[in-house]
Design a protein around this ligand. Sequence first.
Ligand code: NDP
Ligand code: AKG
Ligand code: MG
Length: 407
Amino acid sequence: MGKKITKNGDGSLNVPDNPVIPFIEGDGIGPDIWHAARMVMDGAVAVAYGDSRGIDWLEVDAGEKGYRRTGEWLPDKTLETIEAHVVAIKGPMTTPVGKGIRSLNVAIRQKLDLYACVRPVKYIDPVPSPMKDPKDVNMVVFRENTEDLYAGIEFESGTAEARALIDFLREKTGADLAPDTGIGIKPISPGNTKRLVAAAIRYALDNRLPSVTLMHKGNIMKYTEGAFRKWGYEAALEQFGDQTLTEAELWEKYDGVPPSGKVVIKDRIADMLFQQILLRPAEYSVIATPNLNGDYISDALAAQVGGLGMAPGANIGDTCAVFEATHGTAPKYTGLDKVNPGSLILSGAMMLDYMGWREAAALIRDGISAAIKAGTVTYDLARQIEGATEVKCSEFARKIIEKMAGK
Ligand SMILES: NC(=O)C1=CN([C@@H]2O[C@H](COP(=O)(O)OP(=O)(O)OC[C@H]3O[C@@H](n4cnc5c(N)ncnc54)[C@H](OP(=O)(O)O)[C@@H]3O)[C@@H](O)[C@H]2O)C=CC1
Ligand SMILES: O=C(O)CCC(=O)C(=O)O
Ligand SMILES: [Mg+2]
């Protein structure tokens, strides 16, 4: 029987050889990619450690399958179980557009205070890419995960609450809003900004990365996105004064050549950054940004290195972490065993790294690369690689396992 992972006061983990890891299968393509990812993670652990280590998977209820089983979309027990086991992994869950339940994915992040959404974007040779030089794309998005327009504070057009807010805004600001305006609130706070930016800087320092870019639209939204920029620089100065410098200091004191061991903190306005990640990707490394910007830029960056099928991610807080792909449920492919499981498999590799099982994580990354080099790929890559053989989601997983085993 498996044992729980536990966390020490300094944030380090105690990982038993047979950890219990909760998982949520997810909706839409969730079951297909989950089964593929589980197979690959188990395969990697077996190749790396033989019988001495193994994961004891524990399914927890959430989403459509959870609702069918319990009558609840996200039972409290699921959140308690994830928190108690410190590390978990999930497939994507459906959020209806313009009506119905709020996002369960977002609820997990908010309720467990998983404040950093970490999405590494790195080119894996030989994945097809629309970039001239895809190897220059090597960024990690640190997306604030608990507030911003994602907080879900909204007032529907025509409701008494929306009208009261419109009257309040007219009185306080003179804003002349149409009486049937719908309203969404964008909360951004210093505490949540600073802990996110601090996590991004710590990551850059630990991984010897050159810069952290604060991405914002602070010229237009001065007291939310503009404040994010201000608080980001403050966090750098207050918590990492000796280890960081601004772009201005870089030029004034170091003639543009960063001194070793220091991270350059810079900022860019969001729309402009979207063109720079295409035209000058080598200039960006870690990107720290509010929730909605982070949502947009992570899918755009995924496209630059092969698409959403290859885009992993993690939601990390002080007490626990939940790993998940960047993409959603891709409903038109439900049950077809067709899509690329690479994103969830690479999220699994991130999870194994987080647990300190680095050998298994490395095997997964090498195995994916080898399977793609062999030209056996799912539809999304097959349609871009001349002469490739299209395989199913589960077949791609088996090919990765074969490659990990050296076949
Ligand atoms: N964290 C989560 O759980 C998330 C959940 N969602 C939810 O998912 C649902 C659908 O969202 P939608 O906007 O369609 O975005 P999706 O990310 O689900 O899919 C959009 C398109 O991206 C491509 N794609 C996505 N995943 C893969 C994969 N594994 N392999 C290959 N291609 C892939 C497909 O492109 P093509 O058509 O070109 O083949 C697909 O049609 C919504 O309810 C949304 O709220 C969305 C994002 C995150
Ligand atoms: O929760 C959802 O349905 C969508 C969330 C999303 O797109 C994301 O977190 O990247
Ligand atoms: Mg998204």
